[in-house]
Design a protein around this ligand. Structure first.
Ligand SMILES: Nc1ncnc2c1ncn2[C@@H]1O[C@H](COP(=O)(O)OP(=O)(O)O)[C@@H](O)[C@H]1O
Ligand SMILES: O=P(O)(O)OC[C@H](O)CO
Length: 485
């Protein structure tokens, strides 16, 4: 970076909202965070209070920005994807709580959709995970919403779009292409809202945001006490791909937070998956789209949380690793973490979690090992699908997210997948990617075609021989077969 300006990233995630101030070398200098309350009004339903998200976003951005000793050249926003907000154009007030990506209320509706047509246009599957079904539910279930929407009185958006609207006091109703491509309403081939899909979901065009590049002038906010430009925007997994500097086809990042999201960059043409992966945007810059194959696993770190809070067999996430390392290698215990069904490549909403292979000799250590190993096995299932879709090997995985802190788990990941696992020095890659986008737009950083300056290796995990990886993975697949609905 040639200037000395700073960059502010806002990472609005499923369980927390974080702001990170980055210095001129893209090193984090200040962090502020708030946990986000979750609402579960019915089994399988998950909601967030969008006003509370805004309040937390303002609070953490103000805290982090207070540490800035130089001018802030731009704000980058990154967010939990698919989560759906519908709000009044005149006041900015949401008409209902946000419906979160994990929410399954539209499962029956989605099961009736024409899967081939939806996948061909969006690269996605007609699953309740995505926004369009949630938006249709809001229009049909909030009194007066459909009439107000048709009269142009409502706005739809994902969290990025809602925050932008409010940060700019209603002047800008926009989103970026990576968030748009997760709605099930945006055509990944044309890069536009798709008329056929709008008809299928009965969505009035007037409520949709304008779609911009990930690095663009999104408007100015005065919410931090001085005018600041918003210059970057991307869904969190796409921002993490940029933060991991996965700029070339064949590069892959895998984020192990609550869930796990693996993106393999495939280049400037979409690779349509034949193995139930998602075809998605990696980024859109300078009007040009880059594509990726994505595998989404719904439960990764959340399984460790369940061991701690549900079963109560560990006191901290770190203890799971300590116990796993002591487990009896002769015990063949498997934990299939299908707490909310199975994501890619199975897409089985009815599957439920199970622990299999227990004997009287099995205990806490073996269950912890099974929980951590499940992450490696599930990643291998995604990699197998990616290899089959692209016809090429995957040699290296760049990892991040809370669970990537577990050295033992990362070594298992290398052993099971046969790929090198690289962990960078900055594991806040989502925020890093958003800051990078803002820096790019501000003209302070080079584009993806030039050698990245913001990625440095912290630790490399190399696959070991003699670990019976193939036999262990085969036993895992047998366990998955048993929990399928
Ligand atoms: N040392 C560790 N070993 C295993 N899991 C861990 C460890 N540290 C954190 N985690 C898991 O990582 C998750 C938090 O990661 P984070 O990236 O902050 O998630 P998110 O952004 O989805 O909220 C938690 O679910 C936690 O159980
Ligand atoms: O909030 P995270 O980090 O769990 O990410 C959520 C994903 O974007 C959902 O698709």
């Amino acid at each position: 970076m040639t200037g000395r300006n700073m960059l502010l990233a806002l990472d609005q995630g499923t369980t927390s909202t974080r702001a990170i101030l980055f210095d001129a070398g893209l090193a984090p200098v200040a962090v502020a965070q708030r946990e986000l309350p979750q609402h579960f009004p019915s089994p399988g339903w998950v909601e967030h209070d969008a006003e509370q998200i805004l309040a937390h976003a303002l609070e953490v951005m103000r805290q982090a920005a207070a540490a800035a000793q130089r001018p802030i050249a731009g704000i980058g926003i990154t967010n939990q994807r698919e989560t759906t907000v519908l709000w009044r154009r005149d006041t900015g007030q949401p008409v209902h709580r946000a419906i979160v990506w994990q929410d399954r209320r539209t499962a029956d509706f989605c099961a009736r959709l024409p899967a081939g047509m939806v996948t061909e246009r969006t690269g996605l599957l007609p699953d309740p995970y995505f926004s369009a079904g949630k938006l249709a539910w809001l229009l049909d279930n909030v009194p007066g919403a459909r009439a107000d929407a048709e009269a142009g009185r409502l706005c739809f958006g994902t969290i990025d779009s809602f925050l932008l609207f409010r940060l700019t006091e209603g002047r800008v109703h926009a989103t970026d292409a990576t968030n748009a491509c997760r709605t099930l309403l945006w055509n990944i081939h044309t890069g536009e809202w798709d008329e056929e899909l709008l008809r299928l979901f009965a969505i009035p065009r007037t409520i949709l945001p304008e779609v911009r590049d990930c690095a663009a002038e999104f408007g100015e906010t005065t919410a931090l006490g001085r005018p600041l430009p918003i210059r970057g925007m991307a869904g969190d997994q796409h921002a993490a791909t940029l933060g991991q500097a996965c700029f070339a086809p064949g590069m892959m990042k895998s984020t192990y937070g609550t869930g796990c999201f693996a993106l393999l960059v495939t280049g400037d043409q979409p690779v349509m998956s034949r193995h139930r992966l998602l075809t998605t945007l990696a980024w859109q810059l300078g009007g040009k789209r880059a594509y990726a194959l994505e595998g989404a696993i719904f439960n990764a770190g959340s399984t460790v949380q369940w061991l701690r809070d549900g079963l109560g067999i560990i006191a901290s996430a770190a203890e799971a690793t300590e116990l796993a390392a002591q487990a009896d290698p002769a015990q063949q215990v498997h934990l299939v973490p299908a707490f909310t069904g199975l994501g890619a490549p199975w897409w089985d909403a009815g599957a439920r979690a199970a622990i299999l292979g227990l004997t009287r000799g099995a205990g806490r250590a073996e269950i912890c090992r099974a929980a951590l190993e499940a992450v490696a096995f599930q990643t291998e299932d995604l990699l197998a699908a990616m290899r089959a879709d692209t016809g090429g090997p995957i040699t290296t995985i760049r990892v991040d997210g809370g669970m990537a802190n577990s050295d033992w788990t990362m070594q298992q990941l290398a052993d099971i997948t046969g790929a090198i696992v690289d962990r960078p020095t900055v594991t806040e890659t989502t925020a890093l990617g958003a800051a990078w986008l803002a820096g790019l737009q501000a003209g302070l950083l080079p584009g993806p075609e030039e050698a990245p300056t913001h990625w440095r290796l912290e630790r490399r995990f190399t696959p070991r021989s003699g670990t019976d990886a193939a036999a262990r993975h085969a036993a895992w697949l047998d366990a998955v077969r048993r929990v399928r609905s």
